[in-house]
Design a protein around this ligand. Structure first.
Ligand code: G6P
Length: 613
């Protein structure tokens, strides 16, 4: 999703802005732009469709001198990807605006401005902001007053960074519904939609709260909250390192992140389990008290996080007998879900900034203030974490590739910790079962490491899939969500149309699609559903499908003509199986995408963090 970087410094800011944009590339974008105040009264702006490299080329080796600037990567919402729609948007060479989010009342504001004789050069909602500011500046209104008056009229979601030639030593920023962080340097200040963008220049950050506006000079900041009062916000020292966003020798971030899973899982477990038990401190003592009265769990999430929630539903109902439902955030918050007071709402999100997930949280908050909300999230300073009662951080480290991998594995491990804590508090889990589950969790990093060793065999399977138009993934029980996740990974990054189905639904539709051109991928753990799955495999094989089976070694399934069996593991249980079987499916999607030559880390039309609906 769009990215913002801004700076007011004592040195030329264009290299800082360009590097920041590069570090935000993972969010997904289709064009980029940068504006600086060249001298107090002159704005210089360069924009380009495509990658940040194209923008850098336009800027040229001499750069764009200027001590303050705003920059942006755009992901089209209003108006096609085109240079005129790229940010910054400029009005009268006096105002430059970069914006993330959507101004919902832009049409009305645009009509008003047009009636005043303003002409627009883009199709974006953002341009109204530049004109609104400029109209007021032309009337002699001060930049600060114009900034507040303009923002007061905007409805919707926005993060903004604004330069005005009338206030050459100021940078104006705001956050409402889209993330924005201020970076504190020595005699220089920065702003960005993700702290990651600023790590080369600072590790000190101020996380703006919802509705905050801020006015920055080189060494001073004023933050005004949504009530209009000046407020202090703490400066956090980040533990992230500048190189945490580097590929570390891997060809793509996705491959690096797939390989980081053993460590990420171990980090997520660290300090939370010991001597066969989950530690009360994992969720906090107050959390355990709140778990006591929970009679049902409602999980809400999007994308890959939603699939993690689906896996957990099998676990919670099967192992604890605790009624659990899972729903995609965009559906949940637009209907009237029944949320009883004895519900625990579990919000799953890698980024903690997904617009629909936040909207779901806020909807429950306003209608059911007594319902406890647990966020399972990978971004400690995210909106989701700040707005939830209870938090369990996944310690996956920054996930850059749009296609989520290590976040999913660590979410599953975190959900397993929740199961243990819940079972203990409610007395639904015997000490013996808790001990066995904990022992199983401790083995997952090594099992994940072993699953990664199948890389070359998976590459060979990928070669057979690369020319296909479609693929069907089948799984039963807890492997049904893994089939969905496998299909999602393949479609996201290789653009092959893929569907995940519960194998038992085969005869209710998808069987009609089967012929020799439809590869079928199945996940075959050693469990009591194996015989049923084998029947489904026979059904598709009889209709000519080529089968790719990711199997437990104990199933004794063997490869034949048009039946490719990859023995993945032999030591997995109910909790570890979905995590481990998912890893070869990630690798399969990865290799198919590389063979097809797609942009693996930034697939077309997709964004890492979907901060607009
Ligand atoms: C986007 C990303 C997915 C991610 C989903 C949910 O679609 O491309 O990889 O699973 O958002 O994101 P979240 O940060 O809420 O887990």
């Amino acid at each position: 999703m769009c990215g913002i970087v801004a700076a007011i410094a004592q040195r030329p800011v264009w290299p800082i802005l360009l590097e920041g944009l590069r570090r935000l590339e993972y969010r997904g974008y289709d064009s980029a732009g940068l504006a600086v105040l060249r001298n107090p009264s002159e704005l210089a702006c360069v924009r380009a469709v495509g990658k940040v490299d194209a923008l850098a080329e336009r800027i040229g080796a001499d750069g764009l001198p200027g001590l303050s600037g705003v920059a942006h990567t755009r992901w089209a919402t209003h108006g096609v990807p085109a240079e005129r729609n790229a940010h910054p948007h400029i009005a009268s060479d006096r105002v430059a605006v970069v914006h993330n989010g959507i101004i919902e009342n832009h049409a009305e504001l645009r009509a008003e401005l047009q009636a005043q004789g303003r002409t627009f050069s883009s199709d974006t909602d953002t341009e109204v902001i530049a004109h609104m500011l400029d109209v007021q500046l032309a009337q002699g209104i001060s930049p600060t007053a114009a900034f507040h008056a303009t923002l007061d009229r905007l409805h919707g979601a926005f993060a903004l960074a604004i330069l005005m030639t009338d206030a050459p030593d100021h940078l104006f920023v705001a956050r409402q519904g889209s993330p924005l962080v201020i970076g504190v340097g020595i005699g220089e200040l920065f702003a960005a939609s993700d702290a990651l963008a600023l790590l080369p220049v600072t590790q000190r950050f101020i996380y703006l709260a919802e509705g905050d506006r801020a006015i920055l000079t080189r060494d001073h900041w004023t933050i005004i909250d949504r009530q209009g009062a000046a407020v202090e916000r703490p400066v956090h020292e980040s533990t992230q390192r500048a190189d945490s966003a580097d590929r570390g020798g891997f060809k793509h971030f996705m491959l690096k992140e797939i390989h980081e899973q053993p460590r990420a899982i171990a980090d997520t477990l660290e300090g939370r389990i010991s001597e066969g038990r989950v530690l009360p401190a994992a969720f906090g003592v107050t959390a355990e008290a709140r778990f006591a009265d929970v009679a049902r769990i409602q999980i809400v999430a999007c994308g890959t996080s939603y699939h993690a929630g689906m896996v957990a539903r099998y676990w919670f109902e099967d192992i604890l007998g605790l009624p659990t439902s899972v729903e995609v955030s965009s559906e949940f918050h637009y209907r009237n879900p029944v949320v009883s007071r004895d519900t625990l709402l579990v919000m799953l999100s890698q980024s903690g900034e997904t617009a629909d997930t936040l909207a779901a949280l806020r909807m429950v908050r306003s209608r059911h203030p007594d319902v406890p909300v647990l966020a399972i999230c990978n971004a400690p300073e995210s909106s989701l974490v700040r707005e939830s009662d209870l938090v369990l951080m996944t310690h996956a480290g920054p996930e850059i590739s749009v296609a989520s991998t290590k976040a999913f594995s660590t979410q599953l491990v975190s959900l397993a910790l929740l199961l243990l804590a819940m079972g203990r508090v409610q007395g639904t889990l015997s000490e013996e079962i808790e001990r066995r589950i904990v022992a199983g969790l401790e083995k997952i990093p090594a099992l994940a490491q072993a699953a990664l060793t199948h890389d070359s065999a998976i590459l060979a399977l990928a070669e057979r899939l690369v020319d296909k138009q479609h693929a069907l993934f089948l799984g039963r029980g807890v492997m049904f969500p893994i089939a969905l996740e496998g299909a999602l990974k393949l479609k996201e990054i290789s653009y092959i149309h893929a569907e995940g189905y519960p194998a038992g639904e085969l005869k209710h539709g998808p069987l009609a699609l089967i012929d020799e051109n439809m590869p079928v991928i199945t996940i075959a753990p050693q469990n009591d559903l194996l015989e049923k799955l084998k029947s489904n495999m026979a059904e598709v094989a009889a209709r000519g499908a080529e089968l790719f089976v990711f199997a437990d070694e104990r199933t004794a399934l063997a490869s034949e003509e048009r039946l490719h069996v990859l023995p993945v593991t032999s030591h997995v249980g109910r909790i570890s199986a979905p995590i481990i079987f998912n890893i070869p499916l990630q690798l399969l999607a990865y290799h198919v995408a590389v063979l097809k030559g797609t942009d693996v880390d930034q697939p077309r039309n997709l964004a890492k963090s979907v901060t607009v609906e």
